[in-house]
Design a protein around this ligand. Structure first.
Ligand code: ZN
Ligand code: FE
Ligand code: FE
Ligand code: ZN
Length: 274
């Protein structure tokens, strides 16, 4: 590693039905690659069993929390383990999410947009629905939702902020509509005080680049929006994946620190070279 490792705050457990490995497996992987801090952030339950194949059930939430807390306490002299959640921003579910957040002692909550209406646009099973959309329209609808997720004030980290590009569908980045929807999204994030996630997950996806695009990273850096790193690991081998790539991009845009979270308080850690 080029950089001293920073916290990796985005990783899943098998409760979401599309990840492997126990919390201890993720923690052991983190220790093995020199990380000092991680946080778990499995896909949260949603009201009414919405898309329940891709998330934990509400009945699993306590076991999820217990597993993290036990691992955290067992490894406290080797690794800091934070208790997080990846909650969906889906209009109409805000009250449910707010109550779920209030009911537990989270270190942070990531707010992610995975749906435009009922369309799970990042779900490989729903990829054919791209045929019904113009790319620019899908991007604008997506950024509008990410903007609203920041305005909701519910979240500490805004997850993978241009996930819409996952399968390689591209918007016209020169269109004033796209530029202004990116800008409005970033202004909302700035105003909310949340951190923007810089995620290596896109490197493992058809799009082949980090989330968000360098252009968005650059503008967020100019605005002084804080960043938090996430690998979005769905397997222990992905812990810390692409960290150096992300940190190099941040450094190239003049970013000198990265967010860490404890009990929903953000503090900034200096980026340093190893
Ligand atoms: Zn997932
Ligand atoms: Fe996600
Ligand atoms: Fe995730
Ligand atoms: Zn994710």
């Amino acid at each position: 590693m080029n950089f001293t490792p920073v916290p990796d705050y985005h990783m899943h457990t098998p409760r979401c039905n599309h990840a492997t490995g126990s919390v201890r497996d993720y923690a052991d992987a983190a220790i093995a690659c020199g990380l000092k801090e991680i946080g778990m952030s499995d896909h949260s339950p949603m009201p009414g069993g919405f898309d329940k194949a891709w998330r934990m059930d509400r009945s699993e939430l306590n076991a999820y929390l217990n597993e993290i807390e036990q691992t955290r306490d067992a490894l406290s002299d080797q690794l800091t383990v934070r208790v997080g959640l990846e909650a969906d921003f889906h209009p109409g579910t805000e009250a449910y999410v707010e109550a779920m957040i209030a009911a537990h002692n989270w270190d942070y909550v990531i707010g992610s947009v995975h749906y435009i209406g009922d369309w799970g646009f990042d779900n490989p099973d729903c990829i054919h629905l791209w045929d019904d959309w113009k790319n620019d329209d899908a991007y604008c609808a997506y950024f509008e939702l990410v903007m609203q997720s920041a305005q909701s004030g519910l979240f500490d980290i805004i997850g993978h902020p241009d996930l819409i590009k996952k399968f390689g569908h591209r918007a016209d980045e020169h269109s004033s509509r796209i530029k202004s929807s990116e800008e409005s999204m970033l202004q909302a994030v700035l105003k909310s005080g949340a951190a923007l996630e810089i995620s290596s997950a896109g490197l493992r996806k058809p799009v082949g680049e980090i989330y968000p695009h360098n252009r968005i990273v650059q503008r967020a850096a100019e605005l002084g929006i804080p960043f938090a790193f996430g690998s979005d690991a769905h397997s222990p081998v992905e812990v810390g994946y692409g960290m150096d790539t992300c940190l190099n991009i941040l450094e190239s845009f003049g970013v000198k620190e990265i967010a860490s979270f404890k009990q929903r308080n953000m503090t900034m850690l200096a980026l340093t070279h190893a």
